[in-house]
Design a protein around this ligand. Sequence first.
Ligand code: ZN
Length: 278
Amino acid sequence: MSLDTLRAKAKIWSSRFIPPQHCIPLSNEAYREIRFFRHPDVRVLDGVIHHKVKIENGVIVLMCCDGDRFLAGLLSIAGLFATKHRWSTRVASWMKRTSLLFIWAFVFIYPRMHVISRHAGAHRVVKGSRTNAPGRATDKDLLDDIMMAIERMGIYQIVLLDHCACLKLGDHNFTVNEQFHDLFEARDRIVAEYAKVRSEKAVRLAADGDLHAATTLPNLQVICMCQVDYGKKTWWQRRKLRTYHLDGARLIEVDITRHKPAHNPKIARAISDYLEAA
Ligand SMILES: [Zn+2]
């Protein structure tokens, strides 16, 4: 039996147990941009800050339905349960955050997660987004879905889980920088829509005479996160997926510094390093 035949047989045999993996690597440009946003002086992409997501209150997750990354994305949110306490974070990092811990989180402390998934996730909410076919009400329909989820589930926390590289966004030629700005635009639209729904509800409750309920309607918290798939170099290596918090205030800081380098010299240096390396 030749080596090629053996290899072909081994492939067929292993395909029974190992699902096919499609690991599309980040483009060099996207990788460079991500590295810039992760730079210690820039920190638009920062480590996951556990206290920002009060996962015990339940969470609505708006994410892309990319089949090669969906489970990893979902587990990274569910995994916030497992790594909620300092000791468990230590164990998780010791175990390299293996899926075992995440499965434990799923099975024993079943997180209240309400998932809304569409290609490119939150980007579809942006008004006039080029990810939506013109003349359709995709953004409005999705906004209605989100408002319904808040109302019916009573969950007032949304995680916009973005990911890099997203095939849908790639099809529409988004750069990483554009992608992040677009995500915050989506966040602002969701916040504005909820404010409208909330004040309408308050007026209705007040008209019915329930002033206490009208004045204590909960606020909505929208958290932006991004999962980066760094891929793997060889087939036996573990695929490197990292989840980050996206900091909108830092992104504005970077934008101002792009026009006025004196605004933040540290960021200005990181920008010039980034441009030089091009
Ligand atoms: Zn995607």
